[in-house]
Every structure is written in C-alpha cells, then in structure tokens.
Write a protein that binds this ligand. Structure first.
Ligand code: FES
Length: 122
C-alpha cells in the first residue's frame, strides 16, 4: 500500500473531529462541482486562533479523509496562517495524491478558504 493509501484509509476508518460544533465562528459548506460531494467545515476561534475544528460531509474516501486530516492540521493555527496555507501542505500530509483525484483531496481546503473569505466580509 502506498503512503497515500495508508493515510487515506486510516482517516477514512477513524475520522478525527467528525461532527458539529454548537456555536461555530466559521461554518461553511463546499461541494465538488465534478461529483456533487460535500464537505462541511466548522471552526471555533479565540483571539483569531482555531480552538476547535469539526467536519462533516458526504463523499469519497479521499475527500472525507482529507477533511479529517485538515481539521487536525488547522487546530491551534492563527487565521493569517490558514490564509497562507498551500495546497501542497495538505497534499504532502496526505502522502501525495494522484493528479486525477486532486479535486477530491483539495475539497476541504477549498471549504476552508471559502469560510475564511466569508468571515472576512462580516
Ligand atoms: Fe467526489 Fe471525491 S469523488 S469528492
């Protein structure tokens, strides 16, 4: 099994931070236009730092495993750091992703960027 398959399977079987927050500061849903799969991402913030992160959704193992991994990566980070987060950070934490599944792997990161941009407008 490749490192990528191992990470995906592990998070798919044991998702981290799955569920909902009662009072999220950021609550965003993003869909993959290619398949309609969905990731919902919720963040609680304190002084501009992520204190809690949850995800939920419906989709392929890659998108849901990437969402699980992303919630772990962003906890404890400040908003400016999240805004700077590159695709490669998530992809390399996933162990590298085959190019044809990039839209699946990056779906939760697109949700995060959408949530950050919406929260900046409030
Ligand atoms: Fe839909 Fe992967 S097949 S997000």
């Amino acid at each position: 099994m490749s490192p990528y398959e191992e990470v995906i399977l592990e998070h798919w079987r044991n998702p981290r931070n799955k569920g909902r927050l009662e009072r999220p500061d950021i609550d965003v849903v993003e869909a993959n236009p290619l398949c309609g799969d969905v990731v919902r991402l919720q963040l609680a913030l304190k002084d501009g730092v992520v204190t809690e992160a949850r995800f939920d959704g419906r989709g392929c193992a890659i998108s849901q495993a990437a969402a699980s991994l992303l919630t772990e990566m962003i906890k404890g980070k400040a908003l400016p750091e999240l805004k700077e987060m590159k695709d490669e950070e998530l992809l390399s934490a996933l162990g590298g992703v085959i190019k044809t599944r990039l839209s699946c792997a990056l779906l939760p990161l697109r949700a995060l960027r959408k949530g950050l941009s919406e929260s900046g407008k409030r």
